[in-house]
Design a binder for this molecule. Structure first.
Ligand code: SAM
Length: 278
């Protein structure tokens, strides 16, 4: 019998958010693979659990996977945890889970806290369809390009952001999406200074700029998607731009220039330009 790989969510602040099932699993497995063993040791101590910990983080995951899979194949069950929330959600663990599937190991999620889902559930923005974008680039130009590529996304958008970049990030969102879109700042969820506020991007930018407390702690931004008809209008606008460029340039340069101007993917614009040319 092979062991089971449990992917266990841990709290994102309030320790009472650990589930009874998560506690039982962490106590019963042979070993816990943790992103930062010192950090997780504190959680285990709080829970009165002394299961051995092994470090699995972005820098050693590739090297550790083989031995962890060997232990699972030999019959030991393991738990995977990250510093906070659900493993693999902007956290390590993907290689281990993928390797477990390849080795026909049963993978069991032990569900619990996730900052993105917590923020969405309290945001009051459409939640029937959404896209999780994780962290944007730390570099301004790359971040603005990423945001431009999302300009016509109609689903609600969820971003993680570091406190020291929140102001720049919101300012870039204002620049790309305009100041009128609704956005929710979900900060320090489940903790003492928990803040969940919905407003426009322009209002958020002004608030974060004047109140430095809003530039502290852990932050999720939930952004309203583009209006449906805006995305149709945008497609028509792109076609018009491509047709104009095609009058003067070959397809390849048209796609290149249109990608620079709109932030859309060059390959998709190339295919569309080819079609329009025909
Ligand atoms: N795996 C985690 C999860 O399930 O949410 C996310 C880990 S990621 C490295 C850390 C980021 O998640 C933070 O920078 C912040 O954007 C978000 N985050 C984590 N805890 C949070 C909290 N209590 N309140 C708001 N955002 C939080």
């Amino acid at each position: 019998m092979t062991g089971i790989l449990y992917v266990v969510a841990t709290p994102i602040g309030n320790l009472d958010d650990i589930s009874r099932r998560a506690t039982q699993v962490l106590a019963q497995v042979a070993r816990i693979a943790a992103e930062d063993t010192r950090h997780s040791a504190r959680l285990l101590q709080h829970l009165g659990i002394n299961t051995p910990l092994v470090a699995v983080h972005d820098h050693n995951e590739a090297g550790r996977v083989q031995s962890l899979i060997a232990q699972l194949v030999a019959g030991d069950s393991l738990a995977l945890i990250s510093d906070a929330g659900t493993p693999l959600i902007s956290d390590p663990g993907f290689r281990l889970v993928a390797a477990a599937h390849e080795a026909n190991i049963q993978v069991v999620p032990v569900v619990g806290a996730c900052a993105a889902i917590g923020a969405l559930s309290a945001a009051g923005l459409p939640s029937d369809r959404f896209t999780f974008e994780g962290f944007l680039s730390a570099k301004t130009t790359a971040r603005q390009t990423q945001l431009r590529a999302l300009l016509h996304e109609t689903r609600t958008l969820i971003f993680y952001e570091a406190p020291h970049r929140i102001l720049e990030c919101v300012q870039d969102m204002c620049l790309v999406f305009g100041g009128d879109r609704r956005v929710v700042l979900a900060r320090e969820l489940t903790k003492t200074f928990e803040t969940v506020r919905q407003m426009t991007l322009a209002e958020l930018s002004a608030w974060v700029e004047q109140d430095s407390n809003q530039q502290r702690g852990e932050i999720v931004l939930v952004l309203e998607g583009a209006a449906e008809n805006a995305s149709l209008a945008a497609e028509a606008e792109i076609d018009a731009l491509l047709l104009k460029l095609l009058k003067y340039l070959p397809v390849k340069q048209t796609a290149q220039l249109a990608a620079e101007l709109t932030g859309h993917k060059k390959n998709a614009l190339y295919d569309r330009a080819l079609l329009l040319q025909k």
